[in-house]
Write a protein that binds this ligand. Structure first.
Ligand SMILES: Nc1nc2c(ncn2[C@@H]2O[C@H](COP(=O)(O)OP(=O)(O)OP(=O)(O)O)[C@@H](O)[C@H]2O)c(=O)[nH]1
Ligand SMILES: [K+]
Ligand SMILES: [Mg+2]
Length: 373
């Protein structure tokens, strides 16, 4: 038996009375934590199955395979009748039927928001309810679309209280979508042999070497290198092992503020990551767009011809982490193969201009001049 398992067994005996009293409370606490850690590892395993495509014909649905287009994708997630379709019809030239009854929308309806030279694909989706992740309603397909988005707008009915928000967060969490969180800073590498090497660069208050080992064993991992670079929880560690998590920015949008008191508007607007609007009265939609742009965090690149000033009227819009090669592809399909070098002005370079190659990473508002062979 592994020493840690023996240790666990020992503590269980301890609780039933054979260990000295003063140690008991401490042991109960750590036993609980270990069991909880293990339990969470098991749960995460079962939940992973939810992400696998279902074989039942009911789960197929229609209209959910919408082509990705434009510079970014935003998914509208919310309970029925919160105003998602009203919002899509307001912000884009696409009309999506809106009505006072629930489940008006039954498929995925794409529209395009044109903003600061970017085409942002906005997806109207059927309303989801508690149990969506397990396939209630069209929940499973809706959530599958949400995973492909760059930003989620969680639309909430301002008159309905906070419970909807917590329920939706839980649904998304349960299928591995992490809202407004960054990837845990843990280095994790499975190995062929050598056991588990565990290190941390910070003091850990939520995980210990033993717990990490137990969790890894639960996943049948017996050889790995683990380095905690921040004080992560067991759940965050499990996320790293499981690996298929998506870390997604989310804006909580409270609609229908025409129906609530000024005090309530004030309170909701001050919540983190939240924006209050009224689609009915077209209130605060400009501010929502500004926020959405911020959350999308797109990179705008300006091009410049030799001996000319940069063209600031027509930006090339790319996702974060784009390289010179991405810029080339955007200008012309064959440009990368004719590429000799590029001159870049901006925050991505040490000097301005700096001569760079195809792999150079671009930053927001850089200017680029491409020199062909
Ligand atoms: N008072 C008020 N009503 C609104 C507002 N926005 C939308 N509505 C109304 O809310 C109802 C539902 O709107 P929809 O756009 O159909 O809502 P949905 O979220 O798309 O609903 P499902 O497709 O059924 O999930 C409609 O009767 C809208 O007119 C708003 O800002 N204020
Ligand atoms: K509706
Ligand atoms: Mg709708």
């Amino acid at each position: 038996m592994l020493p840690c398992c023996r240790w666990l067994r020992g503590t269980r005996v301890g609780i039933s009375g054979s260990l000295r009293l003063e140690k008991t409370s401490k042991i109960i606490k750590s036993t609980t934590e270990y069991h909880l850690g293990l339990l969470k590892a098991k749960l995460a395993k079962y939940r992973a199955q939810l992400l696998e495509p279902s074989k039942s014909p009911a789960a197929k649905g229609e209209g959910f395979d919408v082509m990705k287009s434009g510079d970014a994708r935003v998914a509208l997630i919310g309970f029925p009748s919160v105003g998602k379709s009203t919002f899509l019809s307001l912000m884009t030239s696409t009309a999506s039927e809106a009505a006072s009854y629930e489940f008006t929308t039954l498929t995925c309806i794409p529209g395009v928001i044109e903003y600061k030279g970017a085409n942002i694909q906005l997806l109207d989706l059927p309303g989801i309810i508690e149990g969506a992740a397990q396939g209630k309603g069209r929940g499973r397909q809706v959530i599958a679309v949400a995973r492909t988005a760059d930003v989620v707008i969680m639309m909430l009915d301002a008159t309905k209280g906070e419970v909807q928000r917590a329920l939706l967060e839980k649904e998304l969490e349960s299928v591995g979508i992490r809202l407004n969180k960054s990837k845990p800073n843990i280095y994790f590498k499975p190995k062929k042999g050598g056991g588990i090497s565990f290190n941390s660069t910070v003091t850990l208050t939520q995980c210990s070497e033993k717990l990490v080992q137990l969790i890894l064993h639960e996943y049948k991992i017996f050889n790995a290198e683990v380095l905690f670079r921040e004080d992560c929880s067991p759940d965050e560690f499990i996320d790293v092992i499981v690996g298929n998590r998506v870390y997604m920015p989310c804006l909580y949008v409270y609609n229908k503020i025409d129906q609530i008191s000024m005090e309530e508007v004030d309170r909701l607007a001050r919540r983190p990551h939240s924006v209050v609007i009224s689609c009915g009265m077209k209130l605060n939609l400009d501010y929502l767009l500004e926020k959405l742009w911020e959350y999308l965090a797109l990179t705008c690149i300006y091009t410049k011809k030799r001996g000319q000033r940069p063209d600031f009227t027509d930006a090339i819009i790319l996702r974060k982490g784009a390289s010179v090669e991405h810029v080339c592809h955007r200008i012309h399909r064959s440009l990368a193969s004719q590429f000799k070098y590029a001159l870049v002005w901006g925050t991505s370079t040490k000097y301005s201009p700096q001569r760079v190659g195809l792999t150079h990473m671009m930053e927001h508002e850089d200017v680029i001049q491409i020199v062909k062979k």
